[in-house]
Ligand binder design. Structure first.
Ligand code: ADP
Ligand code: MG
Length: 136
């Protein structure tokens, strides 16, 4: 799998930044050929991982890129931060689990909305969520 075009990098520290990341993700999705509800679905997944940066890590960034693998084309969303990290990823991925006052559906929801989902986290170092969705 390789990336193409330039990266779109959105710094995330506030609700307004989440809106920007959503909008840029939706625009890139349309540009890449996603149609129907897909751009909205992708924007929703971006929203969840960006919100987690604000709520759980204070600041970080969303990096959006086009990706291709063999003959298929897609979008890659990376959410990364240098926040506190996640002690138990299996627990964090459980539907309804929140360490705070959240609904606990952000991570499992984002995974469900995208085609591929990977989360890496180290305590005290930060968290990186990498997701892809392919144009159908
Ligand atoms: N970027 C992050 N940094 C640290 N912890 C995180 C991050 N993203 C998610 N988490 C942890 O994973 C849990 C589950 O995330 P999520 O499903 O989005 O639920 P919510 O955000 O509603 O709590 C959070 O409660 C939090 O403990
Ligand atoms: Mg969340």
């Amino acid at each position: 799998m390789s990336t193409f075009n330039e990266e779109i990098c959105v710094p995330i520290r506030s609700d307004a930044d989440i809106v920007v990341a959503r909008q840029k993700g939706r625009a890139l999705a349309v540009q890449l050929g996603f149609s129907g509800s897909d751009p909205t679905v992708i924007a929703a997944a971006i929203s969840e991982v960006a919100r987690n940066i604000v709520n759980h890590a204070k600041q970080g960034e969303i990096v959006l890129t086009g990706v291709h693998e063999s003959s298929r084309l897609g979008i890659q969303v990376v959410a990364r931060d240098e926040g506190p990290g996640i002690a138990n990823i299996e627990q964090a991925m459980q539907y309804g689990y929140s360490s705070g006052k959240g609904m606990g559906v952000g991570l499992p929801g984002a995974k469900w909305l995208m085609d591929a989902f990977d989360i890496k986290s180290q305590i005290g170092k930060g968290t990186r969520v990498t997701m892809q969705k392919w144009v159908r």
